[in-house]
Each structure stands twice: as C-alpha cells, then as structure tokens.
Design a protein around this ligand. Sequence first.
Ligand SMILES: C[S@@+](CC[C@H](N)C(=O)[O-])C[C@H]1O[C@@H](n2cnc3c(N)ncnc32)[C@H](O)[C@@H]1O
Length: 361
Amino acid sequence: MDSALILKYLEKILEKDEPSEINQQVDELISILKNTLSPENDIFNEPGENFLFVIDELNNIRETYSAERKKYYLNRVIKSLTEVKTTYFNDINLNRWKEYKDLKTESLWLFSKRDRTGSHSGKYWGNFIPQIPNQLLRRYTKRGDWVLDPFSGGGTTLIECKRLCRNSLGLEISPEAVSEASEKILAQEGDSDITTDILTANSLTFDYEAYLKKRGVTGFQFVVLHPPYWDIIKFSDDPDDPSNCTEPDDYLRLLGALTDRIYDLLDEGRYLALVIGDKYNKGEWTPLGFYAMQEIMKRGMKLKSVIIKNFEETRGKMQQKELWRYRALAGGFYIFKHEYIFLFRKPPTRKPDKNDPPETN
Ligand SMILES: C[S@@+](CC[C@H](N)C(=O)[O-])C[C@H]1O[C@@H](n2cnc3c(N)ncnc32)[C@H](O)[C@@H]1O
C-alpha cells in the first residue's frame, strides 16, 4: 500500500455524507492498512511508509459523530500525506509529528543502554552516548547543515552527523583521540556530498574563519560543546585544556573565551548545546554545570532548555556504585547520577523581519 493509493481511498470516503457510511469505509481502510503493515521504521524513527499514523487518525475519525467533523479530520490526514511542514532549524515534518515517537520533548532524559549501531564503539573514556547528539541533531539541524564540535574526543557527534547527513567539523587536542575517531568516521557509511572533518587542534586558537572559507561556507548552524568536566578526567597537558584548570574560575575563563571565539560563527537564530556534569570533591558539590550555563548566558546566548540526563550503565558508576552509596549514607549527601544539557539560541540582532524565525517558540 502506498500513499497514492491511501489518498484515493480517502478521497472516495470524502464523497460520502452519512456518518455510518464514512465509518464503514474507514473500517475497510484500517483493515487494509493493518494487513499491509511493513516492518518498523528505520533506526532514526523518521516518518516511514508503514502509515501507522494513518491508522491512528482513522481510529480517531471513527470516534467523532458528525460527518462534517469526520471530513475535517479526513482532510487533515490528506494534508499530512501530501504536504510537508518544517521549521527553519530542522527537518521534522510537523504534518506527521506523531511519527517521531523516539524524539524527546521533555526535559528528563533517561537512557538504559548505549546505542552501538553504526561505527560507535563507546571506547573513548569521557565520551557521551550517541543518543545525545542524535536527539540534538534531529531537533536542531537540517540535512546539509554545518555542525561544530570543538571538543570532539572519540568523534561521537561526527559519526552521528555523518549518519544523519549533516556536515561537521570536530576539533580535538589529543592526536591519539583524533586518530581513533578518524578510523571510526571512515568506517561509518555516509552520503558522498557530506563533509566530516576531524582535526588535531586547540579549539581556543583554531582559525575557524580560514576553515570556513576553505569549505566555502559562511558559518555553522549548530554547536555541540562537550568540554571536560573540569579535572574529573585529565585529557592532556595543554594549559588550554579545561581539565588542567586548578580553580573553577580558570575553567570558566576558558569556556567563556571559547564561547567568545565561536559566537560569531553560529548563524543567528540557531542553537548551541552544552553537555556538562558537576563535581563532588572533599565534601563539597561544585555546580560546574550552572556556572558554565551562566558563563554562556553572559555572552548573550538565550537559554531555551535545561535537560537533566542520566545514563545508568556507565563503566565508572557501575564499579563504584556500592562504595558511593555507603559514602552518601555516612556523609549526608546525595550521589549525583545526572548530567545537564543546556540549550541556547543565538538571538537575531537585526530588526525583526516578517521572514525571520519566530522569537517566541
Ligand atoms: C568530554 S570529552 C568529549 C567527548 C566526546 N563528546 C565523545 O563523545 O567522544 C572532551 C574532549 O575535549 C578535548 N579537549 C580539551 N581541551 C581542548 C581544546 N582546547 N581544544 C580541543 N579539544 C580539547 C579532550 O582531549 C577531550 O577529548
């Protein structure tokens, strides 16, 4: 069953004027669709060809009483099959929004296992799970957009960009990390018109303008920042590596300097995500995440969302779980399991124009 055939059916149903006749034909179509259900949608749960949403809508139509109401909803199904409605910052077809079942829209993200599909391996110490860039890229970028990851580590964001057909630049200070990530990126299938660059570079001093010029683009449409969580894992000896900072103020100074560096490179109205965790040491909780959030807000970025994320199965947490539970009971504190994803939008600076992206949503 393809959409052209469904449309023909729907148009035939629209010719009926009696609610009972409409329901009879709706039932017929539901049963045809159920018999021709194809396997689940692809791994990214984009709208597929299984038309589950049409079955849902038809069931709702059955429940309405008047023929007018039924026709109104039938026309809506026709629209969802024939028209695509997207925003300026992603490719989500809003006319079929019910089909993106795995896309998160609430601020608590709980994951029980790491996505190991594609060339993701999860080996890089200090990486994030692929589901994080996957969710963010699908919500905040379009196909062919340019994504910047200034702390690219094991390349998780870049692999996900390649899978989702987004161009990407990743910068990483550790040459070993870059060589490991490069292999995984190469092993990942992707479209030939998509660029995936990972470079050994210090993101604080990198010549972004020269890079963009070389690639023939004017800016980035999305930035993912996943910096070291202060000195919890030491990544290198470089003084521009935030994992070498001795005080939170030094850490924030580096993060602020990086935000200053990349602010102009991000297109107006587009988004930046900061993925970060706090630190607990010597009996004191340092709210690194909130400090970092404020540092970025000071630069004029508008805070859009604060997401709390937990992933239960991280290696370090598994090993030390029992010990930390004892320490928490004895020491009068709570073990933090969560991390933050802060989402910012760069506000437009020009006078509003009727073609501008809406400011309120
Ligand atoms: C938390 S990890 C990022 C992990 C990455 N998201 C992943 O999934 O693999 C932070 C990374 O930033 C790198 N780094 C630290 N300072 C840097 C700098 N100034 N420029 C570029 N990379 C840097 C570290 O070597 C480390 O790999």
